[in-house]
Design a binder for this molecule. Structure first.
Ligand code: ZN
Ligand code: ZN
Length: 301
């Protein structure tokens, strides 16, 4: 190792650069702890760290979809409780991942119900047991299957489940009066997606699920996305759902062709781009490549 790379590596090892970055981040976070934006008809979104939260403020009570992390959900609760006397009626999880459910715990004792697809609950329990974090969970007391409706608020909430995609427990939460649908992590808007095969994900079926999303909702439906490369673009319309579907189709097609051409797993994972996918960015292109590879190889065997 030459001296220059030694100095560079030691400063990294001693954390000088991460520390500076941490200071900057702390300052940034203090000034911008979270962002809340009303969309329409009492439905708004909250973003800070993790999967986008949606909330519905009726005259009498509040419904919340997803909970980010414990600190973030406390920020949301504090902000929504500035309007005193409005209880939290229901919290619905789009799926089990920690950036959507670990904030559930902040609602303990203050929300009447927590709901999710039955597979989301099973996944949440399994992961919490594996990580020895069961005491940090607030599990759903209501689980549902393909379709479910909640009628105890001023306006109805509908849920839809179309099968395995990002996990095997992704449901869509629709506020029909506002025509807003929270898609959870079914759309990573213009950002490389995580495909959780350990929780029953399927790239092939994800493409089918996004077809059903486009058939079920209309051109005016405003979608909320779990994640986006540009933090402002966590909402969108059918075009964005179609773009996500096209990315997954190109991913599957490309990996299939690479396998047929005799490429190894490592060669495929090193790919820096996917033909036909021009708008997707960020870290983690390999996560989708690996998932598609494993899924296709499994299918062949
Ligand atoms: Zn997420
Ligand atoms: Zn997720």
């Amino acid at each position: 190792m030459n001296r220059r790379s030694f100095v560079k590596n030691s400063s990294l090892a001693f954390g000088a650069i991460p520390l500076l970055r941490k200071d900057w981040l702390m300052k940034f976070m203090q000034e911008n702890p979270y962002k809340m934006r009303m969309l329409r008809n009492g439905v708004g979104i909250f973003t800070e760290k993790g999967g986008t939260i949606a909330y519905y403020l009726s005259k009498k009570n509040i419904a919340v979809v997803d909970a980010e992390f414990p600190e973030q959900s406390k920020h949301l609760i504090d902000a929504l409780q500035k309007d005193p006397g409005k209880p939290f009626e229901i919290l619905i999880n789009t799926h089990h991942h920690g950036d959507h459910t670990s904030g559930n715990i902040s609602f303990k004792g203050i929300v009447n119900h927590v709901a999710a697809h039955s597979n989301s609950l099973l996944n949440q329990q399994r992961v919490a047991k594996e990580q020895n974090k069961e005491d940090q969970q607030l599990y759903p007391d209501i689980t549902y299957g393909e379709r479910w409706a909640y009628n105890k608020l001023k306006e109805k909430i509908n849920t839809f489940y179309f099968g395995p995609a990002h996990t095997n427990g992704d449901s869509i939460i629709h506020f029909p009066h506002a025509n807003i649908a929270h898609l959870g992590d079914l759309v990573f808007n213009r950002r490389w997606a995580f495909v959780d095969r350990s929780a029953g994900a399927s790239v092939k079926n994800w493409i089918v699920v996004l077809d059903k999303v486009q058939q079920t909702f209309d051109k005016d439906t405003l979608f909320v996305f779990g994640h986006a490369f540009d933090p402002v673009k966590v909402t969108g319309y059918k075009d964005d759902v179609k773009a996500m579907q096209d990315y997954l189709s190109s991913l599957l097609d490309f990996v299939g062709k690479q396998i047929k051409a005799g490429k190894t797993r490592d060669e495929i994972l090193k790919t820096g781009s996917i033909p036909g996918v021009t708008e997707w960015q960020g870290d983690g292109i390999e996560r989708g490549l690996q998932a598609a590879y494993e899924e296709l190889i499994e299918g062949v065997i």
